[in-house]
Design a protein around this ligand. Sequence first.
Ligand code: PMP
Length: 461
Amino acid sequence: MTMITNHMPTAELQALDAAHHMHPFTHGNQLSAKGARIITRAKGVTLTDSEGHEILDGMGGLWCVNIGYGRKELADVAARQMMELPFYNTFFQTSHVPAIALSAKLAELAPEGFNHVFYAGSGSEANDTNLRMVRTYWAQLGEPERNVVISRKNAYHGSSVGSGSLGGMSGIHAQGGLPIPNIYHIDQPHWYAEGGDSDPEAFGLERARQLEAKIEELGAHRVAAFIAEPVQGAGGVIIPPDSYWPEIQRICDKYGILLIADEVICGFGRTGNWFGSQTYDIRPDIMTIAKGLSSGYAPIGGSLVSDRVAKVINACEFNHGYTYSGHPVSCAVALENLRILEEEKIIERVAHDTGPYLQEKWNSLAEHPMVGETRIIGMMGSLALTPHKASRAKFASEPGTAGYICRERCFANNLVMRHVGDRMIISPPLVISKSEIDTLIERAWISLDQAEKQIRDEGLM
Ligand code: PMP
């Protein structure tokens, strides 16, 4: 077989990809017919594809490359760790320095009362851990009937059986027999799409109070936990009204149920603090982490566990774990990533410098005739496409058609911006500079113009 390298013609790589590689969340035959875009290298915030295009990555990979691409320090640490101890497990009363060091560092960075970590290989796995952990917590306390977890429609917590059930995405639930029993979903705090004529703050309260209603309906003695992302990411960067989180916190406190904050996207600087929970003054009992923990350089996820929960779980044998729980290379890479985030004051920049700059520029896109609203916190933003601003109208076409057209225009203009339905979203590397932000916004504006023209020409608005 010939060597397959970056230097092969794109069409040949695409053909091999189509023949053998099944892609996540992808219609395989449609992609095969079109051919995948092949990314060959990346540096900073810029991807290079097999055709030599230089593309500004407005999504930080999959919301994860917080420190940007091409940091040699992480490669060096990984190589060193691979030579010293490429693998050892953390089962059977064993530990190793990378897991110990990363755990201690996470305990230092996390909010007060968070001193424990349970590792996984990904966010999905970590949320599976959380599901079993909260049920085990209550069983250990003599309340095994407290096994219900409440989540939200249009939440994303992963795509394994447990985490896909915790999530509230209808497309995921439609395949493979999800959700599993004893997981319930309340409505999301998505004012733009679902708030009608109501005041956003009143709407936020109303949506939060659905949690209380659900707890009352099921019986508090049955409810183990509520899980939510501080800001829904994959659902479309849905930033809740300010009234939402304080009310959710009040309800969790009132009923004593555990609160799981899924920080897989919001963690490690995305919202301008180490954790989204800090941005929204949330006091969770467990935080799911992944993505920005290693800036995507190595797969790692985990659960940051509060003392309240750890005390109970540590008092039994928790029959749970993954071969790669606390993988030494991933832990070493994550630790180096945290060092860079901290020493280069990247999160401070998101909070006080480049973050506010991006926010101002992003919000200027609201002047575009096809943009119904812009929303942004830290460096995660979204905008709604609409044929009619004042009424927040939807397009006549199948939902997502306009968004897809816009996304394709962005690609053609060398910008990765994703669409969720007819909402466009960004989550660039946190190291993006002001001039790169200017480029992102220029390309977004041009793409919006071109998409608008195409949508009109095709009679979709
Ligand atoms: N939780 C959230 C909030 C996520 O955004 C994601 C991934 N997009 C996950 C969990 C799942 O993480 P992974 O893909 O690493 O399994």
